[in-house]
Design a protein around this ligand. Structure first.
Ligand code: 5GP
Ligand code: MN
Length: 314
């Protein structure tokens, strides 16, 4: 399959990724957006995403992203990227549902192939890796390479996680040869944390507790704490990864309070435990080693529910 074949002859094209966009979501959607802008100037294209974190705003044409979905639009083609199900497209889901043709590019194991045409490979490190495969290599500009490299770096934890394959490294090599500043991308978008981000991570690590003889680690952050440390949910990225590398831990659980007092749960695992299956049990989804869901109840109830479900499965 080739992206050019899918785009051929389409006049009005819509793109969207999942709610609370991360690096792979912003990178993959902007890569395709830039590709269309460059090579299909006669097409009208819109990219819908919730506001992306500031660290990703250096990506080409990020200022053209539509945050609102208020207008009525009908697209010839709508492409969902890095999104495991229609609901996770958020407000843009209505455009997907109304589009004449739909296409999905994704790597979530929980993805049920919800589009007309699907390019879904759970073994791929990232959606950006799949987008790379679909694009003509010589048509990948430096700007597109920056988008794709950013997404790969984020979903592989800088080529560390087990989703990283030799193919991932080869693709990264091709992207490096496009002249991108790969050191800066890694430092500015992945490594650098603000002072307050480091402080709330420190607090979350201090508050963490072990369960099931140290095989499970859990921590959480409330709305009140986010106010105290002057951070937003998107600034909590990285905490669950730090919890995961605790010696002896098989499952790391981190959750934070949403404004509506539900909790957004992140799961990371070492070894054979299936995070996606656990997340799906609670109505969420994701990957085998990294997944998430939203839960209701008090912090204590949520911990008790998750820990007993892990115990059942371990
Ligand atoms: P994170 O913990 O970083 O939010 O998410 C880890 C992985 O699980 C990501 O690939 C993300 O797309 C997926 N994920 C997180 N929360 C949910 C959820 O509520 N529903 C589904 N379907 N996937 C989720
Ligand atoms: Mn992804």
């Amino acid at each position: 399959m080739k992206l050019d074949v899918v785009l051929e002859g389409k006049k009005r094209i819509g793109l969207a990724g999942h709610v609370r966009p991360d690096g792979d979501c912003a990178g993959s959607t902007l890569a395709v957006y830039n590709y269309i802008k460059n090579y299909y100037p006669q097409a009208e294209v819109r990219l819908y995403l919730e506001p992306i974190p500031n660290i990703f705003k250096f990506l080409s044409r990020s200022e053209e992203i539509c945050n609102e979905c208020s207008e009525e639009e009908e697209f010839d083609l709508f492409i969902a990227l890095d999104c495991g199900d229609i609901q996770r497209l958020g407000k843009a889901a209505k455009y997907f549902e109304a589009a004449k043709h739909t296409f999905c590019i994704d790597h979530h194991v929980s993805n049920q192939a919800f589009a007309e045409e699907n390019y879904i490979f759970p073994e791929a490190s990232s959606t950006c890796e799949l987008v790379f495969e679909l694009m003509e290599k010589e048509k990948i500009t430096k700007e597109i390479a920056e988008c794709l490299y950013t997404g790969i770096v984020h979903d592989t934890g800088i080529f560390q996680y087990s989703c990283t394959s030799s193919k991932t490294m080869q693709i990264a090599g091709v992207l490096m040869d496009k002249g991108i500043d790969y050191t800066k991308i890694v430092d500015d978008t992945f490594n650098t944390k603000t002072y307050n981000q480091n402080r709330i991570m420190g607090q979350a690590l201090l508050d963490s507790r072990l369960y099931l003889d140290g095989r499970v680690i859990v921590s959480s952050v409330t709305q009140e704490q986010m106010k105290e440390f002057d951070v937003l949910p998107k600034h909590l990225e990285g905490i669950v990864s730090q919890l995961r590398v605790t010696k002896g831990v098989e499952v790391a659980v981190f959750f934070y309070e949403n404004e509506d007092h539900t909790y957004k749960v992140s799961l990371r695992v070492n070894g054979d435990f299936d995070a996606a299956a656990l997340a799906m049990h609670f109505g969420g989804g994701g990957h085998v080693k990294a997944a998430g869901c939203t839960m209701e109840g008090t912090r204590e109830e949520i911990i008790s529910e998750i820990v007993s479900e892990i115990q059942r499965r371990i």
